[in-house]
Design a protein around this ligand. Sequence first.
Ligand SMILES: [Zn+2]
Length: 360
Amino acid sequence: MSLDSYVRAAPKAELHVHLEGAIRPATLLALARRNGVSLPATDVDGLRRWFIYRDFPHFIEIYVAITRCLRTADDYELIVHELGAELAAQNARYAEVTFTPGTHRSLGVPEETWFRGIARGRERALADFDVEIAWVFDIARSAAIDFPERGLTDYTVGVAIEGMADGVVALGLGGLEAGYPPQPFAPAFDRARAAGLRSAPHAGELAGPASIWGALTALGADRIGHGVRAIEDPALVAHLAEHRIPIEVCPTSNLRLGVFPDLARHPLPPLLDAGVVLTVNSDDPPLFNTTLTEELALLPGAFGLGVAAIDRVLLDAVRHSFLPPPRRDALATAFADQLAALKAIHLDAAGARPTVDVSP
Ligand SMILES: [Zn+2]
């Protein structure tokens, strides 16, 4: 019994995972066969080799290839339902899952098809696994800027607002960050926020602090996807801490994309020490050969954190979720109760702490 087994058993919330990047390799192969799409590999081992990160254009190529394999509402329903199963197996009770509508539209899948599929998958994940999924619809920044004729920005904001009754909680901004600053997307985020959506752009992953400042000032970011390169700007670290703007940290993703050379040089511990609110997430788990549980296990493992810091990270994922406040607070209390019970099982008296602070 140890901190490692405690984290593995802990209730979890996932705030940064991409539906397309969470597809099971075996499912991707089955969908490719079903829909007559050829992939660069025909077995799971080959797919895993193809998934190994080379550079961002290759990464985008994988994303597009995955999206090509999704043609019918049943396909979308299947991958959402399977993501629900993966989350349940990790005791992840709640997830805000990013989906990129513009990519599907660009590949010819109409809104009614993908939307019907993800909505059914979401309902079945709740019914079958008791896993609640909310959606972050994101704009692929590079595609939106490079192909203005496709109208991807307006399309994404429109379907995100339409989808609010079906679990869409935020507008995101993904795609190639370097060379595509957030400022041009300010009107889109203004429109989304006016409709009641929250703002959750990626920033500070493959571009530096200026990208995060832009996300804060131009897009009114409520949370920052990644945000780890804030560490390069002490004033930005202080700003994030003071205003309690959480960053969604995905450690293995950062290593695979070469943001940091190894976990010893990953800024999660100093950011946490500086008072930045942060959560730990999986991003694209099969593409990075990880899971939410493995990412969280890095806290007591490679990062060497103690139980109080681990509890803070686990609970902050609920406290800074986009659930309505009463449900958010009820879930945080339920998590705290479960963590207290798990301490008795997994930690000896010296490692346990008597109480868990759930104040926001
Ligand atoms: Zn991401």
